[in-house]
Design a protein around this ligand. Structure first.
Ligand SMILES: [Zn+2]
Ligand SMILES: [Zn+2]
Ligand SMILES: [Zn+2]
Length: 304
């Protein structure tokens, strides 16, 4: 995944910082020199900026929707494959669904606008009088539509795959829904292999490789979630946020020595390196709270 290192800070909007990953310059180069149909490169540059803007408002759609359901917003790091997996909504299927769906909904909202502009340009005869402007308008319509359709493929981690996962979550729970969605994703990528080989474009190989990596890490995450979900529960404690009792077992990783341990068994002391923690995060919902907030009332001695 791209990080802020090697990225340029562009601006801050709605409290969200926008960064441009260096790989974008390759995309610009690819677009500007690979673009056909314009009489001057200025139009290719404009097209590249327009693509950038479409991707950016798509990402803002995700982040603002995530914030609207009480989730944490992330910086937007734009790189040629978009901004996949940078939302962390509350761990509820509805919140997840809205945060993911808001991105493609931006493209859905743009569709009638681009269509209207294209129809106006056509009826105004731009095709003959201003061929560059006409081709630009046509290309924008095409980019938005292709991005939308492609993104809605039910292949994890594309938005379509993550929407599928959120819907499955309602029926199968957090761990199994992720497992099913990532397996469908891997099968989907395999089904696309003939097309990828026929197209023989670096772009497709990169995207497929990226999708495989994400499916794989999603599958590993699903297995970890399933282990947490199936673990017996410790009495006397519950998450201050989601009210789930903590699982019994080594489900916490020490920040110092990276060894897993059961943080509730030792009251926050890592048995390996003796690091002491006063707060812990919930394996179910991710909330970080001090230990005393985790203790349930049954643990408090009765009042005299
Ligand atoms: Zn998206
Ligand atoms: Zn919790
Ligand atoms: Zn440790």
């Amino acid at each position: 995944m791209p990080t802020k290192q090697g990225s340029i800070h562009l601006f801050r909007l709605f409290g969200i910082d926008v960064y441009l990953h260096w790989a974008w310059f390759f995309a610009v180069w690819y677009f500007v020199y690979g673009a056909r149909g314009y009489t001057s490169t200025t139009w290719s540059v404009l097209e590249c900026l327009a693509l950038f803007a479409i991707v950016l408002i798509h990402e803002f759609g995700h982040q603002l929707a995530c914030r609207s359901v009480g989730g944490k917003t992330h910086d937007i790091i734009l790189w040629p494959l978009g901004g996949v997996a940078y939302v962390s909504p509350p761990q509820r299927p509805g919140a997840q669904l809205w945060s993911i769906a808001a991105g493609p909904l931006v493209n859905v909202a743009l569709f009638p606008i681009f269509t209207a502009v294209l129809l106006l340009a056509r009826s105004a005869g731009w095709e003959d009088t201003m061929p560059d402007a006409y081709f630009f308008v046509l290309t924008l319509w095409y980019i938005n539509t292709v991005l939308l359709l492609f993104n809605m493929l039910p292949i994890y981690p594309l938005d379509g795959g993550q929407i599928l996962r959120s819907l499955l979550w309602f029926a199968f729970g957090r761990a199994r829904s992720l497992m099913i969605a990532t397996v469908i994703g891997l099968v989907g990528i395999v089904a696309f292999i003939p097309i990828i080989i026929m197209a023989n474009q670096m772009w497709y190989y990169l995207l497929a490789g990226f999708a495989v990596l994400n499916c794989w890490s999603g599958l590993m995450q699903a297995r970890a979630l399933a282990r947490v979900a199936n673990a017996p529960r410790r009495g006397g404690y519950s998450c201050p946020n989601c009210k789930t009792a903590p699982p019994l077992g080594a489900f916490w990783v020490c920040g110092k020595c990276r060894k897993p341990f059961d943080i509730f068994a030792t009251q926050g002391l890592c048995p390996n390196c003796n690091a002491q923690y006063t707060a812990t995060s919930c394996p179910e919902c991710g909330t970080l709270r001090p230990f005393n907030e985790w203790m349930t009332s049954t643990d408090v001695p009765p009042h005299l």
